[in-house]
Design a protein around this ligand. Structure first.
Ligand SMILES: Cc1cc2nc3c(=O)[nH]c(=O)nc-3n(C[C@H](O)[C@H](O)[C@H](O)COP(=O)(O)OP(=O)(O)OC[C@H]3O[C@@H](n4cnc5c(N)ncnc54)[C@H](O)[C@@H]3O)c2cc1C
Length: 414
């Protein structure tokens, strides 16, 4: 098949790599302009099998920081430290924190090594019914296709969401309308264990700290209204949020910002469908859940992998339909899981479990705790996020232990 991939971010590069490897004629259209600082630095363990499939894990490890887990600080002096070692041994029990532009370059190089060809232009698309077409100028840039439209267009345009916008596809949205500011800093105290990502609740949102080589990526996420109260520029808002938070203030000294500050509208959005007659959307172009739990890069790369698998299994039309349904399910499952972190019920569940153990100390309840930890680790790592069993366990535990009624929301993020 002739395949045009629009966008050379992680989703586009993985799609291009895997499709080119299978012998298709693949062209990646990429604008080639990438800021030095890009969000999407903390990976989940579910990405590791994809890196191995692409045979680039060693190259990624060489530029990244080993990530053993994530610690949450939901308030009240509590710390909930998740280690990926609680995952079953058949799964990789770690992930990486990656320097984003360099990681993207690595994925792109791999796609080119496997036979994809890169065209350094901003691709233009048109629509005809439910079909996407390359504009005459964009098509002309691929001599090899001699003016013939591709059989498949992969929309990997990220938040530009070209397919949804051109075809007027509506989206389902989540409850949060936050804004995020982030930058790289020096002066934060080292984390324990080394490489651990730290998420802490702020008085009006939450923050991340992602250790990278020689610096810390620090981001704050909050409502637009709360952000406006912190200053006028993005830099003022980020630095003021850090100054105001007791944990961030206490765990840093002589802070020095070593990158520009980037601002992202952090919407939760899933397109009603991610494929059509001759196209499929991968990664953010299909949906973006939320930075909480860092699922974006995994979904970007996994959706690309899933597209290739479905194209191998079925004729193209059935493959595209099945693909769209599966990714919708994956995105919704992440959205669902993340809601337990925003409303704080995941931590209340943990507290309630501990209280139960203390009350019934004569019963062998430890196995329940390790079962629950494994279930959570599997879901938050991307391996079992969409599994009906894991989702059912979480939902039922929530109902049985905390009940249907509203809890005191002491860990909820506002
Ligand atoms: C605040 C914030 C924090 C985040 N943190 C994390 C995290 O810690 N971990 C994580 O896993 N995810 C995180 N994410 C999500 C992650 O950044 C994205 O999910 C991921 O970048 C999606 O990859 P993609 O390839 O789909 O899109 P992108 O990375 O956006 O790539 C799309 C590419 O397509 C190019 N393009 C677009 N249109 C055209 C065109 N017409 N022609 C040519 N090129 C085009 C763009 O220039 C861009 O390079 C975060 C997101 C936000 C907002």
């Amino acid at each position: 098949m002739k395949i045009a991939v629009i966008g050379g971010g992680p989703s586009g590069s993985v799609a291009a790599a895997l499709l080119a490897e299978r012998g298709h004629s693949v062209f990646i259209f990429d604008q080639g302009r990438r800021p030095n600082t890009l969000a999407g630095e903390s990976l989940v363990p579910g990405v590791i099998p994809i890196l191995r499939k692409l045979d680039i894990e060693e190259r990624v490890a060489a530029i990244s920081v080993f990530k053993p887990g994530v610690s949450f600080y939901p308030g009240g002096g509590k710390e909930f430290a998740f280690s990926f070692t609680s995952l079953p041994r058949k799964n990789p029990q770690y992930a990486y924190n990656v320097p984003r532009p360099a990681f993207d370059n690595l994925l792109q190089s791999r796609a080119l090594e496997l036979g994809a060809i890169k065209v350094n232009i901003k691709a233009e698309l048109h629509s005809s019914g439910d079909r996407l077409l390359l504009s005459p100028d964009t098509l002309k840039s691929v001599n090899a296709w001699q003016g013939v439209q591709p059989d498949l267009i992969v929309d990997a345009s990220g938040r530009r969401r070209m397919s949804s916008k051109l075809l007027d596809i509506q989206s389902e949205t989540g409850p949060r309308r936050d804004v995020a500011f982030f930058a790289h800093f020096q002066g934060f105290f080292p984390e324990t264990p080394s490489g651990q990502v730290r998420i802490n609740r702020l008085s009006n949102g939450w923050s991340w700290r992602i250790p990278l080589r020689d610096k810390m990526s620090v981001g704050v996420v909050m409502s637009q209204k709360d952000a406006a109260e912190l200053g006028t520029s993005s830099a003022e808002r980020l630095e003021e949020a850090i100054r105001r938070d007791p944990i961030l203030r206490k765990e840093s000294k002589d802070l020095q910002r070593v990158s520009e500050v980037r601002t992202y509208g952090n919407y939760q959005l899933i397109a009603h469908r991610g494929s059509g007659k001759n196209w499929a959307a991968v990664g953010d172009a299909f949906g973006f859940v939320d930075p909480m739990l860092s699922p974006g890069m995994m979904i970007a790369m996994d959706s690309a992998l899933l597209l290739c698998k479905e194209l191998e299994r079925f004729p193209i039309q059935n493959a595209l339909e099945s693909y769209s349904q599966r990714v919708t399910h994956e995105l919704r499952s992440w959205m669902d899981l993340i809601s337990y972190f925003y409303n704080g019920r995941i931590f209340e569940l943990h507290d309630a479990g501990k209280a139960f153990q203390n009350q019934y100390h004569y019963l062998p309840l430890e196995f329940m705790e390790s079962f629950m930890s494994r279930n959570m680790a599997g879901m938050a790592s991307g391996f079992t996020t969409s599994s009906p069993f894991s989702r059912g366990v979480l939902k039922n535990m929530d109902r049985w232990v905390l009940g249907e009624s509203a809890t005191d929301q002491k860990y909820a993020i506002i």
